[in-house]
Design a protein around this ligand. Sequence first.
Ligand code: GNR
Ligand code: NI
Length: 171
Amino acid sequence: MALLNVLCYPDPRLHKVAKPVAQVDDRIKKIVADMADTMYEAPGVGLAATQVDIHERILVIDVSDEQNNLQVFINPEIIWASPEKKSWREGCLSVPEFYDEIERPAQVRVKALDVDGKEFEIDADGLLAVCLQHELDHLQGKVFVEYLSFLKRTRISQKLKKRAKELAGER
Ligand code: GNR
Ligand code: NI
């Protein structure tokens, strides 16, 4: 088991755009395993590679109540989004302790590769649809607070910077 360090907003590395994975090999499988460990430890329902400073298109998600249904998405793409929208109270491991309502398409269809490099498609709604869109944004360098007003985002940014400074001072 290996835990990875999760970057915290407003770290500029959260805005890097991830590159596609060329081949799902042992190196990628190790990253997936470490990302899953990190997500479960947090605990979170999803984690994008960008959040652990790895800029490749890799996501892990587990929206099950028992946290026993790991879903891996390599090179994920949204191939369809419903015109119908839904609002959900979102949080993010990279924006600790802040939550806000974000409106997104209610359903999405995603195409990706699994850990064996095999292509699959999935239709998602509810929390899985929210999570997939939230994680796909991370791979594009986008954090959910960027949907909020400039004022809210600035407040969050300042609070997190202050908190990071305090934490650094304690060491
Ligand atoms: O753990 C998480 N919970 C969550 C709740 C509502 C909407 C999105 C999420 S994703 C988040 C984990 C995370 O930050 N993934 O990038
Ligand atoms: Ni997030």
